[in-house]
Structures are given as structure tokens and as C-alpha cells.
Write a protein that binds this ligand. Structure first.
Ligand code: ZN
Length: 295
């Protein structure tokens, strides 16, 4: 385990504990508690920076341990039936992006199977599905999706510096063990003045404040808990203009919602079969951010 000794937002090294860790297993047992199909919602030790108020997990596992956990999670199969909510979420994110850009070339960091690339018609795009450094870099048959690790893909010249008009990262930033290094790498891929669009949990949201420790985003895989203010300050430090942040209503289907409630509260709500794929945009405490690279 690695204690975070320096705040990534303000550089100070003093933290106050908000919540003690609710998981004390080994990294080897952690995969069962990661991502959507986790057995139970658990989190690491959560602290707040005394300088700027940034909330984060500390200590964190080593980078290689997170890689190993994500490799294992990828082997656990995802049940079908979440398609509607996922598609609704991407459509909503796309409309936020299209308000700011109408043409150009973009890079989707953490693109999964490429659904977001699919709906962004009229744009030239490439995505990266995150895989560990230990595996070789691959490219999909149509050349649109790179499978591998960001820095390795850049070293292999599959991604060219200053070649993108914008970068997207949907619910990715809170997972990155190498936060500052990855954002610096993404910045280098942008043309001067290019946009970085992201979504992330908002620790200052009403959902987070009302739920306290039971907020559904306090999770073992989440390492950084930004608020609009700490996100803007962090991005400014990384060479972006101060940017703008707005709430993002997170579309969720009833089956996933019931499963989240069970993971957090241990109560199983019966959801009639006919209602399981109903999708509602929920104020779950997620934010959308838009930041421009300072030349
Ligand atoms: Zn700080």
C-alpha cells in the first residue's frame, strides 16, 4: 500500500480522515468488490486535504496491483440487459460535447467496446480500451480501437502528440493510479486550445452530502473524489484553462438501481421483470467537465 504524501491538487501533504476503510482484504481478493457487479459496496480509507479540501483514497494499492485487479474483473462476465441505460448515458454525454464542438478528430480514453465512438457520427475518432502494460498493444480490424495502455500506445506511435481536437474520458479519471501523469499525456495529445471533456463523481453534490459514507460512489476502485472546485484547480495545475463543470444526470436502469441498493444497504428490492430495463436519469452525484488546453 502506498500513502499519498502530496495532494495532486494543491501539493500540500497534510490530510484528515473522513471515513476509515470498509475493506481490509488483500489486493488479490479485491476483484470481487470492483465495478458494477461487485458483491458489496466497500471503500478504502478516505481522507481530505487540509489545504484545498480535495478528497481521496489513501493509502492506495501499487499500480501493478490495480492492473492485476482490473485483469481479473475483466474475466468476470457482465450480465446482459444494461444496454438501454448505457446507450442513454452516451447519448446524453454526446449532447454535452456537441454543444461545444461540431467537427474534428477526437480520442476516447477508456472507450470499452466503442459505443461512444459509434454514436459520434460526423467526427473522426479513435478509442483506447484500457489494458495493462503487461499485454501487447492491439488494434481493432477497422483501426478505430486500440487495446492497451496509454503510455505504451503513445510510445508505439499509435497516438500522435497534438493531433486531436478533443479528448473524452467518461468515468475514468477517478480510477487512475497515475493521475497527473495520465492527464499530462492526454494534454500532450491535444492540439493547443483543444478540449478535454470528462464525467466523474462529484463529492460536493447533494447526493454525496445527503448519503455521507453511503454515497454510491465511495468505492474501492475510486481513488480520487473531485468536487467542481478541486477539479477546476487540478486541471488548471495541469495546463488547462479553469473550465466549466455542470451536473450530469446519470441514466440508470431499474435492475442496476436495485442491485446498487442491495450492495450498499443489503436490501433486495423486487423489480418486476417488465420494469427491469426502464431507464431513469438520476441525480446520482455525477458531473460533466469541459476544459481547454492552454497553448
Ligand atoms: Zn490539496
Amino acid at each position: 500500500m502506498r500513502e499519498i504524501s502530496e495532494c495532486p491538487v494543491c501539493g500540500l501533504g497534510r490530510f484528515t480522515m473522513l471515513f476509515p476503510n470498509s475493506y481490509d482484504g488483500t489486493p488479490g481478493q479485491a476483484a470481487a468488490f470492483f465495478l458494477t457487479d461487485r458483491e458489496k459496496a466497500v471503500h478504502g480509507r478516505i481522507v481530505r486535504c487540509d489545504g484545498c479540501g480535495f478528497v481521496l483514497t489513501s493509502p492506495q494499492y501499487e499500480y501493478e496491483e490495480y492492473e492485476q485487479i482490473y485483469r481479473e474483473v475483466a474475466r468476470i462476465e457482465t450480465p446482459p440487459g444494461r444496454g438501454h441505460a448505457v446507450a442513454a448515458r452516451y447519448r446524453r454525454l454526446a449532447s454535452h460535447v456537441r454543444k461545444r464542438v461540431s467537427t474534428g478528430r477526437f480520442f476516447d480514453f477508456g472507450c470499452g467496446d466503442g459505443q461512444f465512438l459509434d454514436i459520434m457520427t460526423g467526427f473522426d475518432c479513435v478509442g483506447l480500451e484500457l489494458r495493462s502494460t503487461a499485454q501487447e498493444i492491439q488494434k481493432s480490424a477497422d483501426g478505430r480501437i486500440i487495446v492497451g495502455e496509454l503510455h505504451a500506445a503513445m510510445a508505439a506511435k499509435l497516438l500522435t502528440p497534438a493531433s486531436f481536437d478533443f479528448v473524452t474520458m467518461w468515468d475514468v479519471i477517478e480510477h487512475l493510479p497515475r493521475l497527473a501523469g495520465d492527464i499530462a499525456a492526454l494534454r500532450s495529445l491535444l492540439k493547443p486550445g483543444g478540449w478535454l471533456f470528462l464525467s466523474a463523481p462529484n463529492v460536493a453534490s447533494i447526493a454525496a452530502r445527503v448519503s455521507g459514507e453511503r454515497w454510491n460512489c465511495y468505492l474501492l476502485e475510486h481513488l480520487w473524489y473531485f468536487s467542481p472546485e478541486t477539479l477546476k484547480a487540478f486541471m488548471e495545475r495541469q495546463g488547462f484553462a479553469r473550465g466549466e463543470v455542470c451536473p450530469f444526470l446519470f441514466p440508470a436502469d431499474m435492475a442496476t438501481l436495485a442491485s446498487r441498493i442491495e450492495q450498499t444497504y443489503g436490501v433486495r428490492l423486487p423489480v418486476p421483470r417488465a420494469m427491469q430495463s426502464w431507464t431513469l436519469p438520476l441525480p446520482a452525484g455525477v458531473m460533466f467537465g469541459a476544459f481547454r488546453r492552454v497553448p
